[in-house]
Design a protein around this ligand. Structure first.
Ligand code: BES
Ligand code: ZN
Ligand code: ZN
Length: 481
């Protein structure tokens, strides 16, 4: 989607959108006012009303777009709603007359443009018979505003949108196409942005003693990978913030196999890794002044003659042993070795992991908030604030020794599952056992957020891109300058 900013509306444009704040529809002229009344349009965020007009010999399509109260989220929602309405409508370009929406400033215009840009992501790779009338037509949005030249600031927004789109694509790809090695290939282009990539193969992981991650991988013919993406935008020698992602490219459950119904959803069990890759793309793309590393553990969890058995004991890179009582609780086994490796490689002061870790989190929070667990108040507050600001919202859950003892094992240092009750919390307690003292750590369980069967404010149903804007905002607000 090509988005341009101009000072004045092009009088010859044949499709024009007029942003309107809530309660201000009454001030519209006769034609637009009638369109608003007929459609019960009151300027609510994301509401749209349409009418047509003849200007000389030219037929024009006119739209009203509600800006609601004018918050950043409202403006994003408005831009997104306009794209959703016009994307496959046959319209190829729309001109947005922000000059008419009196009080809008540069931030408002950029938020509107961001919503439009985010909503324009689609995944048509495998549709070879799409009817012409169902193909996207909208290619250009021209936004007229008196806010001055926004192109320099837009470049940063655009970089973040590119990161979100990468995550959505990774999450949406089918599991025969996206597996550990191809995930790595899909991230190679980050090198063009100045990101340093390091890739560990099975042999190297074996030498490092990553018995937990490798235990998950051993039932699959697809070899595992550990991918580190390093962005050095901050002070030389300053310890990086490390993001860690669960990258289970398909989770059958392994020998503790999942039911058939809905198993296809487990292609997006790499949503944490996808978010981390997208966040690094965003951060590098806008040349953030911070040192940030993304580490993703990539495996496929399959049942097989060589697969892990329930009851197996594996030794993690940390030396701690795990009794694997359920091979479907594999995410924590992947993450624990990724965490140990990242701590050894980077000596970070801050670690944030993201994972589609537990079904219990979907039961708790649905598709509105991801769960956050943290051992550090400042980190928790910074992430929750970034969540509110970005729209990728977080709700805090507890950690405590009382939960921790639920994963003690009679024969190893811990077991990989606790009781059904509090399943998201015992999963977090498991990860906590791998965090070095003094490291500020947060675990984000995004199981309900990576994918949504309904349209959201800035995405259509499917892959949401959750986490990219959250992590980007967190870095911008807490680690730059
Ligand atoms: N990938 C799943 C969690 C999941 C479930 C994510 C549904 C998104 C939607 C994870 O690996 C898993 O299977 N967890 C088990 C853990 C249990 C065996 C302790 C679960 O949540 O049932
Ligand atoms: Zn699982
Ligand atoms: Zn899983």
């Amino acid at each position: 989607m090509d988005i341009q900013f101009v000072a004045q509306i092009d009088a010859s444009a044949d499709v024009v959108a007029f942003p309107v704040r809530k309660g201000e529809a009454g001030a519209l002229g006769a034609l637009l006012g009638a369109a608003a009344t007929q459609a019960r349009f009151d300027g609510a965020a994301g509401a749209i009303a349409e009418t047509a007009a003849i200007d000389g010999a030219q037929a024009k399509r006119l739209l009203l777009v509600g800006l609601g109260e004018g918050s950043e989220h409202d403006l994003e929602r408005a831009g997104a709603a306009l794209v959703a309405r016009l994307q496959t409508s046959g319209v190829t370009a729309v001109h947005v007359d922000f000059a008419s929406a009196g009080q809008s400033d540069a931030d408002d215009v950029l938020a509107f443009a961001m919503g439009a840009r985010l909503r324009s992501w689609r995944f048509d790779t495998y549709r070879t018979r799409l009817a012409d009338t169902a193909k996207p037509s909208l290619a250009k949005i021209v936004i007229a505003s008196p806010a001055g030249d926004l192109s320099a600031r837009w470049a940063d927004y655009s970089a973040v949108a590119d990161g979100v789109a990468l995550t959505q694509t990774l999450v949406a790809e089918p599991p025969n196409i996206l597996y550990p090695e191809s995930f790595v290939e899909r991230c190679q282009h980050l090198a063009d942005l100045g990101v340093e990539l390091e890739i560990l193969d099975e042999r190297q992981m074996k030498a490092l003693g990553m018995g937990a991650l490798l235990g998950v991988a051993q039932g699959s013919t697809r070899p595992p990978r550990l991918l580190a993406m390093r962005w050095n935008g901050g002070a030389e020698g300053e310890a990086p913030v490390v993001f860690i992602g669960k990258g289970v490219t398909f989770d059958t459950g392994g020998i503790s196999i999942k039911p058939a119904a809905g198993m296809d959803m487990m292609k997006w069990d790499m949503g944490g890794a996808g978010a981390v890759a997208g966040a690094i793309k965003a951060i590098a793309g806008r040349k953030a002044k911070a040192n940030v590393v993304g580490v993703v553990g990539l495996v496929e969890n399959m049942p097989d003659g060589n697969a892990m058995r329930p009851g197996d004991v594996v030794t993690s890179m940390s030396g701690q042993t795990v009794e694997v009582l359920n091979t479907d609780a594999e995410g924590r086994l992947v993450l624990c070795d990724a965490i140990s490796w990242a701590q050894k490689a980077y000596d970070p002061k801050v670690i944030v992991d993201l994972a589609t870790l537990t079904g219990a989190m979907v039961i708790s929070l649905g598709h509105e908030y991801a769960g956050i667990f943290a051992n550090d108040e400042t980190l928790a507050a910074g992430l929750i604030a970034a969540g509110e600001a970005s729209g990728d919202k977080l709700w805090r859950f507890p950690l405590s020794p009382a939960y921790d003892k639920l994963i003690d094992s009679p024969i190893a240092d811990m077991k990989n599952v606790g009781p059904r009750e509090g399943g998201s919390i015992t999963a977090a307690q498991f990860l906590k056992r791998y965090i070095t003292d003094g490291v500020a750590w947060a675990h984000l369980d995004i199981a309900g957020m990576a994918w949504h069967d309904k349209d959201g404010p800035v995405y259509g149903k499917g892959a949401t891109g959750y986490g990219v804007r959250l992590l980007d905002r967190y870095i911008a607000a807490n680690h730059e300058g």
